[in-house]
Design a protein around this ligand. Structure first.
Ligand SMILES: *Cc1c(COP(=O)(O)O)cnc(C)c1O
Length: 341
Protein backbone atom coordinates (compact mmCIF):
# COMPACT_ATOMS: atom_id res chain seq x y z
CA UNK A 1 0.00 0.00 0.00
CA UNK A 2 1.08 3.61 -0.49
CA UNK A 3 1.84 6.41 1.99
CA UNK A 4 -1.89 7.26 2.14
CA UNK A 5 -2.68 3.67 3.14
CA UNK A 6 -4.31 2.86 -0.20
CA UNK A 7 -3.86 -0.19 -2.43
CA UNK A 8 -3.84 1.73 -5.69
CA UNK A 9 -4.42 -0.46 -8.76
CA UNK A 10 -5.16 2.33 -11.26
CA UNK A 11 -1.68 2.34 -12.77
CA UNK A 12 1.98 1.56 -12.11
CA UNK A 13 2.62 5.31 -12.41
CA UNK A 14 1.40 5.66 -8.81
CA UNK A 15 4.55 4.04 -7.36
CA UNK A 16 6.28 6.17 -4.74
CA UNK A 17 10.07 6.39 -4.33
CA UNK A 18 11.25 4.20 -1.46
CA UNK A 19 13.48 5.43 1.38
CA UNK A 20 16.51 3.80 -0.29
CA UNK A 21 15.72 5.51 -3.61
CA UNK A 22 15.29 8.88 -1.89
CA UNK A 23 18.67 8.35 -0.21
CA UNK A 24 20.53 8.05 -3.55
CA UNK A 25 18.62 11.08 -4.87
CA UNK A 26 19.75 13.07 -1.85
CA UNK A 27 23.43 12.35 -2.44
CA UNK A 28 23.41 12.49 -6.26
CA UNK A 29 26.29 14.35 -7.94
CA UNK A 30 24.76 17.00 -10.20
CA UNK A 31 25.70 19.58 -12.84
CA UNK A 32 23.87 21.55 -15.51
CA UNK A 33 22.55 18.97 -17.97
CA UNK A 34 21.79 21.57 -20.65
CA UNK A 35 25.60 22.03 -20.74
CA UNK A 36 25.89 18.22 -20.73
CA UNK A 37 27.61 18.48 -17.35
CA UNK A 38 25.41 16.43 -15.05
CA UNK A 39 27.46 13.32 -14.30
CA UNK A 40 24.49 11.34 -12.98
CA UNK A 41 22.34 12.05 -16.04
CA UNK A 42 25.28 11.13 -18.28
CA UNK A 43 25.73 7.88 -16.37
CA UNK A 44 22.03 6.99 -16.56
CA UNK A 45 22.05 7.53 -20.34
CA UNK A 46 25.23 5.47 -20.73
CA UNK A 47 24.06 2.64 -18.46
CA UNK A 48 20.74 2.27 -20.25
CA UNK A 49 22.39 2.49 -23.70
CA UNK A 50 24.73 -0.31 -22.65
CA UNK A 51 21.87 -2.44 -21.25
CA UNK A 52 19.71 -2.02 -24.35
CA UNK A 53 22.44 -2.34 -26.97
CA UNK A 54 21.67 1.14 -28.35
CA UNK A 55 24.38 3.71 -29.14
CA UNK A 56 23.12 6.58 -27.02
CA UNK A 57 20.43 7.64 -24.57
CA UNK A 58 18.70 10.93 -23.79
CA UNK A 59 16.99 11.56 -20.44
CA UNK A 60 13.51 13.01 -20.86
CA UNK A 61 10.99 14.45 -18.36
CA UNK A 62 8.15 12.16 -19.50
CA UNK A 63 7.33 9.29 -21.82
CA UNK A 64 4.94 11.49 -23.77
CA UNK A 65 7.73 13.95 -24.52
CA UNK A 66 10.13 11.12 -25.29
CA UNK A 67 7.76 9.61 -27.87
CA UNK A 68 6.99 13.04 -29.37
CA UNK A 69 10.67 13.88 -29.72
CA UNK A 70 11.27 10.46 -31.29
CA UNK A 71 8.50 10.96 -33.85
CA UNK A 72 9.77 14.47 -34.64
CA UNK A 73 13.32 13.19 -35.02
CA UNK A 74 12.25 10.49 -37.50
CA UNK A 75 9.65 12.45 -39.45
CA UNK A 76 9.46 15.90 -40.93
CA UNK A 77 6.43 18.07 -41.80
CA UNK A 78 4.06 16.10 -44.05
CA UNK A 79 5.54 12.70 -43.24
CA UNK A 80 3.29 9.92 -41.99
CA UNK A 81 3.67 7.33 -39.23
CA UNK A 82 1.75 4.07 -39.02
CA UNK A 83 0.55 3.32 -35.50
CA UNK A 84 -2.06 1.35 -33.53
CA UNK A 85 -5.55 2.77 -32.90
CA UNK A 86 -5.13 2.18 -29.17
CA UNK A 87 -1.43 3.08 -29.11
CA UNK A 88 -0.26 5.57 -26.51
CA UNK A 89 1.67 7.54 -29.17
CA UNK A 90 -1.54 7.98 -31.15
CA UNK A 91 -4.44 8.07 -28.71
CA UNK A 92 -3.08 9.14 -25.34
CA UNK A 93 -0.61 11.92 -26.10
CA UNK A 94 -2.98 14.73 -27.05
CA UNK A 95 -2.32 14.31 -30.77
CA UNK A 96 1.11 15.84 -30.23
CA UNK A 97 2.72 14.33 -33.33
CA UNK A 98 0.11 16.02 -35.54
CA UNK A 99 -0.22 19.24 -33.51
CA UNK A 100 3.45 19.93 -32.80
CA UNK A 101 5.20 17.80 -35.41
CA UNK A 102 2.90 18.24 -38.44
CA UNK A 103 3.21 14.45 -38.76
CA UNK A 104 0.21 12.60 -40.19
CA UNK A 105 -0.92 9.55 -38.22
CA UNK A 106 -2.16 6.43 -40.04
CA UNK A 107 -3.77 4.36 -37.27
CA UNK A 108 -4.52 0.65 -37.78
CA UNK A 109 -6.26 -1.81 -35.47
CA UNK A 110 -4.05 -3.96 -33.27
CA UNK A 111 -4.60 -7.72 -33.53
CA UNK A 112 -5.36 -9.91 -30.48
CA UNK A 113 -1.64 -10.18 -29.72
CA UNK A 114 -1.17 -6.40 -29.57
CA UNK A 115 0.68 -6.44 -32.91
CA UNK A 116 0.10 -4.54 -36.13
CA UNK A 117 -0.39 -7.11 -38.90
CA UNK A 118 2.49 -6.47 -41.30
CA UNK A 119 0.33 -7.20 -44.35
CA UNK A 120 -2.02 -4.43 -43.23
CA UNK A 121 0.93 -2.14 -42.63
CA UNK A 122 2.16 -2.91 -46.16
CA UNK A 123 -1.26 -2.01 -47.57
CA UNK A 124 -1.21 1.29 -45.63
CA UNK A 125 2.15 2.46 -47.01
CA UNK A 126 1.43 5.26 -49.47
CA UNK A 127 2.87 5.18 -52.98
CA UNK A 128 5.44 7.85 -53.72
CA UNK A 129 3.02 10.32 -55.32
CA UNK A 130 2.26 13.96 -54.60
CA UNK A 131 -1.31 13.06 -53.53
CA UNK A 132 -0.08 11.33 -50.41
CA UNK A 133 1.78 11.98 -47.22
CA UNK A 134 5.22 10.38 -47.22
CA UNK A 135 5.07 7.17 -45.14
CA UNK A 136 8.19 7.30 -43.01
CA UNK A 137 7.83 5.38 -39.76
CA UNK A 138 6.21 2.43 -38.02
CA UNK A 139 5.55 2.83 -34.29
CA UNK A 140 4.95 -0.24 -32.10
CA UNK A 141 4.25 -0.55 -28.37
CA UNK A 142 5.55 -3.23 -25.96
CA UNK A 143 4.00 -4.17 -23.65
CA UNK A 144 0.72 -3.23 -25.34
CA UNK A 145 -2.00 -3.08 -22.68
CA UNK A 146 0.01 -5.69 -20.79
CA UNK A 147 0.55 -7.93 -23.81
CA UNK A 148 4.11 -9.03 -24.54
CA UNK A 149 5.05 -8.97 -28.22
CA UNK A 150 6.99 -12.07 -29.35
CA UNK A 151 10.64 -11.74 -30.40
CA UNK A 152 9.67 -13.40 -33.71
CA UNK A 153 7.17 -10.64 -34.43
CA UNK A 154 9.59 -7.88 -33.37
CA UNK A 155 12.30 -9.30 -35.66
CA UNK A 156 9.81 -9.60 -38.53
CA UNK A 157 8.66 -5.99 -38.03
CA UNK A 158 12.26 -4.68 -38.03
CA UNK A 159 13.02 -6.71 -41.18
CA UNK A 160 9.81 -5.44 -42.81
CA UNK A 161 10.75 -1.81 -42.14
CA UNK A 162 14.24 -2.30 -43.56
CA UNK A 163 12.72 -3.78 -46.74
CA UNK A 164 10.22 -0.92 -47.06
CA UNK A 165 12.61 1.86 -46.19
CA UNK A 166 10.70 2.83 -43.02
CA UNK A 167 12.17 3.73 -39.66
CA UNK A 168 10.80 1.82 -36.67
CA UNK A 169 10.16 3.23 -33.18
CA UNK A 170 9.19 1.32 -30.08
CA UNK A 171 7.12 2.87 -27.31
CA UNK A 172 8.78 0.67 -24.71
CA UNK A 173 7.26 2.41 -21.70
CA UNK A 174 7.09 -1.08 -20.15
CA UNK A 175 9.78 -2.81 -22.23
CA UNK A 176 11.36 -4.13 -19.01
CA UNK A 177 8.07 -5.84 -18.14
CA UNK A 178 8.20 -7.44 -21.61
CA UNK A 179 11.78 -8.64 -21.06
CA UNK A 180 11.12 -10.06 -17.60
CA UNK A 181 7.83 -11.70 -18.64
CA UNK A 182 9.48 -13.21 -21.72
CA UNK A 183 12.55 -14.36 -19.83
CA UNK A 184 14.85 -12.50 -22.25
CA UNK A 185 17.22 -9.53 -21.98
CA UNK A 186 16.11 -5.95 -22.53
CA UNK A 187 18.57 -5.79 -25.47
CA UNK A 188 16.72 -8.65 -27.18
CA UNK A 189 13.42 -6.79 -26.81
CA UNK A 190 14.51 -3.31 -27.96
CA UNK A 191 18.04 -3.51 -29.46
CA UNK A 192 17.05 -3.82 -33.13
CA UNK A 193 14.70 -0.81 -33.21
CA UNK A 194 15.88 2.51 -34.62
CA UNK A 195 14.64 4.14 -31.44
CA UNK A 196 12.97 3.18 -28.18
CA UNK A 197 11.44 5.16 -25.33
CA UNK A 198 11.57 3.54 -21.89
CA UNK A 199 9.75 4.85 -18.79
CA UNK A 200 11.51 4.86 -15.43
CA UNK A 201 8.39 6.20 -13.74
CA UNK A 202 6.12 3.15 -14.17
CA UNK A 203 6.84 -0.22 -12.57
CA UNK A 204 10.51 0.64 -12.17
CA UNK A 205 9.41 3.02 -9.42
CA UNK A 206 11.27 6.27 -10.18
CA UNK A 207 9.22 9.42 -9.51
CA UNK A 208 9.93 11.04 -12.91
CA UNK A 209 11.61 10.31 -16.19
CA UNK A 210 11.96 8.37 -19.40
CA UNK A 211 14.96 7.69 -21.60
CA UNK A 212 14.95 7.86 -25.40
CA UNK A 213 17.55 5.62 -27.05
CA UNK A 214 18.87 5.33 -30.59
CA UNK A 215 21.90 5.90 -32.78
CA UNK A 216 24.33 8.71 -31.99
CA UNK A 217 23.09 10.60 -35.05
CA UNK A 218 19.40 10.14 -34.12
CA UNK A 219 19.96 11.27 -30.53
CA UNK A 220 21.81 14.31 -31.87
CA UNK A 221 18.63 15.37 -33.67
CA UNK A 222 16.46 14.42 -30.70
CA UNK A 223 18.57 16.66 -28.45
CA UNK A 224 17.49 19.74 -30.40
CA UNK A 225 13.80 18.73 -30.29
CA UNK A 226 14.05 18.07 -26.55
CA UNK A 227 15.38 21.59 -26.02
CA UNK A 228 12.74 23.11 -28.33
CA UNK A 229 9.87 21.32 -26.58
CA UNK A 230 11.07 22.51 -23.19
CA UNK A 231 12.64 19.29 -21.96
CA UNK A 232 16.13 20.58 -21.25
CA UNK A 233 16.57 20.23 -17.49
CA UNK A 234 19.34 21.60 -15.32
CA UNK A 235 20.46 19.67 -12.18
CA UNK A 236 18.45 16.66 -13.30
CA UNK A 237 20.90 14.24 -11.69
CA UNK A 238 18.62 14.13 -8.65
CA UNK A 239 16.03 12.46 -10.90
CA UNK A 240 18.54 10.41 -12.89
CA UNK A 241 19.85 8.95 -9.60
CA UNK A 242 16.39 7.53 -8.96
CA UNK A 243 16.46 6.02 -12.46
CA UNK A 244 19.87 4.42 -11.88
CA UNK A 245 18.64 3.02 -8.59
CA UNK A 246 15.56 1.63 -10.35
CA UNK A 247 17.64 -0.07 -13.05
CA UNK A 248 19.90 -1.66 -10.44
CA UNK A 249 17.19 -2.75 -8.01
CA UNK A 250 13.72 -2.82 -9.53
CA UNK A 251 14.00 -4.76 -12.78
CA UNK A 252 14.08 -8.38 -11.66
CA UNK A 253 11.39 -7.76 -9.07
CA UNK A 254 8.90 -7.04 -11.90
CA UNK A 255 8.44 -10.84 -11.93
CA UNK A 256 6.74 -10.43 -8.55
CA UNK A 257 4.28 -7.93 -10.05
CA UNK A 258 3.50 -10.37 -12.86
CA UNK A 259 2.98 -13.14 -10.35
CA UNK A 260 0.71 -10.93 -8.24
CA UNK A 261 -1.31 -10.05 -11.35
CA UNK A 262 -1.80 -13.76 -12.07
CA UNK A 263 -2.88 -14.38 -8.46
CA UNK A 264 -5.42 -11.56 -8.66
CA UNK A 265 -6.75 -12.91 -11.99
CA UNK A 266 -7.06 -16.39 -10.55
CA UNK A 267 -8.89 -15.15 -7.45
CA UNK A 268 -11.33 -13.03 -9.45
CA UNK A 269 -11.99 -15.82 -11.95
CA UNK A 270 -12.91 -18.12 -9.06
CA UNK A 271 -15.36 -15.48 -7.83
CA UNK A 272 -17.07 -15.48 -11.24
CA UNK A 273 -15.57 -12.34 -12.80
CA UNK A 274 -14.71 -12.45 -16.52
CA UNK A 275 -10.96 -11.89 -16.60
CA UNK A 276 -8.72 -11.68 -19.69
CA UNK A 277 -5.52 -13.75 -19.79
CA UNK A 278 -2.64 -12.06 -17.92
CA UNK A 279 0.68 -11.52 -19.72
CA UNK A 280 2.55 -9.14 -17.42
CA UNK A 281 1.41 -6.67 -14.76
CA UNK A 282 -2.10 -5.87 -16.01
CA UNK A 283 -5.38 -7.61 -15.26
CA UNK A 284 -8.39 -6.68 -17.40
CA UNK A 285 -11.84 -7.46 -16.01
CA UNK A 286 -15.04 -7.28 -18.07
CA UNK A 287 -17.35 -5.01 -16.07
CA UNK A 288 -19.78 -4.27 -18.91
CA UNK A 289 -22.50 -6.33 -17.18
CA UNK A 290 -21.90 -5.12 -13.64
CA UNK A 291 -22.21 -1.80 -11.87
CA UNK A 292 -18.59 -0.66 -12.01
CA UNK A 293 -19.30 2.42 -9.86
CA UNK A 294 -20.75 0.20 -7.09
CA UNK A 295 -17.72 -2.06 -7.38
CA UNK A 296 -15.41 0.94 -7.02
CA UNK A 297 -17.25 2.04 -3.86
CA UNK A 298 -17.17 -1.42 -2.30
CA UNK A 299 -13.45 -1.73 -2.98
CA UNK A 300 -12.81 1.66 -1.37
CA UNK A 301 -14.09 0.22 1.91
CA UNK A 302 -11.06 -2.11 1.72
CA UNK A 303 -8.77 0.82 0.78
CA UNK A 304 -8.51 -0.62 -2.74
CA UNK A 305 -8.52 2.07 -5.44
CA UNK A 306 -9.58 1.48 -9.07
CA UNK A 307 -10.86 3.60 -11.96
CA UNK A 308 -14.32 2.23 -12.75
CA UNK A 309 -14.61 1.19 -16.40
CA UNK A 310 -16.44 -1.34 -18.56
CA UNK A 311 -13.06 -2.87 -19.23
CA UNK A 312 -11.54 -2.48 -15.79
CA UNK A 313 -7.73 -2.37 -15.68
CA UNK A 314 -5.91 -3.45 -12.52
CA UNK A 315 -2.17 -2.77 -12.55
CA UNK A 316 0.29 -4.36 -10.14
CA UNK A 317 3.54 -2.63 -9.15
CA UNK A 318 6.05 -2.35 -6.33
CA UNK A 319 3.47 -0.71 -4.07
CA UNK A 320 1.33 -3.87 -4.13
CA UNK A 321 2.50 -6.69 -1.85
CA UNK A 322 1.49 -10.35 -1.80
CA UNK A 323 -0.51 -9.54 1.32
CA UNK A 324 -2.35 -6.81 -0.60
CA UNK A 325 -3.36 -9.43 -3.18
CA UNK A 326 -5.37 -11.18 -0.45
CA UNK A 327 -7.07 -7.90 0.48
CA UNK A 328 -7.87 -7.18 -3.19
CA UNK A 329 -9.49 -10.57 -3.75
CA UNK A 330 -11.41 -10.24 -0.45
CA UNK A 331 -12.70 -6.84 -1.57
CA UNK A 332 -13.97 -8.24 -4.88
CA UNK A 333 -15.53 -11.11 -2.94
CA UNK A 334 -17.43 -8.63 -0.77
CA UNK A 335 -18.81 -7.04 -3.94
CA UNK A 336 -19.71 -10.38 -5.51
CA UNK A 337 -21.52 -11.51 -2.34
CA UNK A 338 -23.54 -8.32 -2.24
CA UNK A 339 -24.36 -8.11 -5.93
CA UNK A 340 -24.02 -11.50 -7.68
CA UNK A 341 -26.71 -13.35 -5.68
C1 LIG B 1 2.87 5.89 -19.50
C2 LIG B 1 3.08 5.60 -20.93
C3 LIG B 1 3.78 6.50 -21.74
C4 LIG B 1 4.36 7.80 -21.26
O1 LIG B 1 3.62 8.46 -20.35
P1 LIG B 1 4.07 9.67 -19.43
O2 LIG B 1 3.02 9.70 -18.41
O3 LIG B 1 4.11 10.85 -20.32
O4 LIG B 1 5.42 9.39 -18.87
C5 LIG B 1 3.96 6.14 -23.07
N1 LIG B 1 3.49 4.99 -23.54
C6 LIG B 1 2.83 4.10 -22.78
C7 LIG B 1 2.38 2.81 -23.37
C8 LIG B 1 2.60 4.39 -21.45
O5 LIG B 1 1.93 3.52 -20.69
Amino acid sequence: MNSAGMIDLRSDTVTEPTAAMRQVMLSAKVGDDVYGEDPTVNRLEAVLAEMTGMEKGLFMPSGTQSNLVALMSHCTRGDEYIVGQQAHTYKYEGGGAAVLGAIVPQPLDFNEAGELDLEKVRAAIKPSDHHFANTRLLALENTMQGKVLSLEYLDAAVQFCTEHNLAIHLDGARAFNAAVAGGVSIAQVVGKFDSVSICLSKGLGAPVGSVLLGSREFIGRAHRWRKMTGGGMRQAGILAAAGLYALANNVERLAQDHDNAKQIAQGLTQLGFAVEPVHSNMVYVDCSKIDAAALQNTLLQFAVKISASDRLRLVTHLGITEQDVGTIVAAFEAYSKAYFE
